[in-house]
Write a protein of this length. Structure first.
Length: 179
């Protein structure tokens, strides 16, 4: 009889702790870059939040987009780890980031980092040129959201972004990086 009570008490305690944990893990705000943003509803699971295309409160969308588009990035990095760290500091929680790198004929490498701008159908694109483990920012611009290009090349003074079998998706002189 004593062991039956112990089992019942244990079951009640486990159920109580499970319910308490679920209640404590509920969230309706997101912290980002030192600011708090209201979400469209209360979530109990980060994956549910991340997979909800309307997870931001409509009143917060413009402010979030501005904070992803505008933070400055260094124009020069001497190691890839610091560059990647700074890129991930810009990514809004639950949204995407992509990267690709392409060797160039002159021996340098072009490294493209894309950061999803929440609810904008656009990415912030950061293009760096790597030479001797030094990364120089070539471009910082916003582009319509799409998969990473198949390749990026520099032809004279023009950067050409190629996409799966297409001759190019974007051809432009490099825009000066934001300072």
């Amino acid at each position: 009889m004593q062991s039956k009570r112990a089992v019942i008490v244990l079951i009640i305690a486990v159920v109580f702790l499970w319910a308490l944990q679920r209640r404590m893990s509920r969230f309706d705000k997101m912290e980002y870059r030192g600011e708090t943003f209201k979400l469209s509803k209360t979530y109990t699971d980060y994956d549910d939040y991340k997979n909800d295309p309307e997870n931001l409160d409509p009143s917060e969308i413009a402010r979030v987009q501005k904070l992803v588009r505008e933070p400055p990035i260094q124009s020069r990095y001497t190691d890839l780890r610091s560059l990647i760290h700074d890129v991930f500091e810009i990514v809004f929680p639950g949204y995407g980031e992509g990267s690709g790198s392409w060797k160039q004929a002159d021996g340098t490498t072009l490294l493209l980092e894309t950061i999803e701008i929440p609810r904008a159908d656009a990415d912030r694109c950061l293009l760096f040129r790597e030479k001797n483990h030094v990364y120089e920012l070539v471009e910082d611009f916003v582009s319509p959201e799409q998969s990473l290009p198949e390749s990026v090349t520099q032809e004279g003074d023009t950067i050409v972004y190629h996409y799966r079998g297409e001759p190019e998706i974007l051809r432009r002189p490099p825009k000066p990086a934001k300072q």
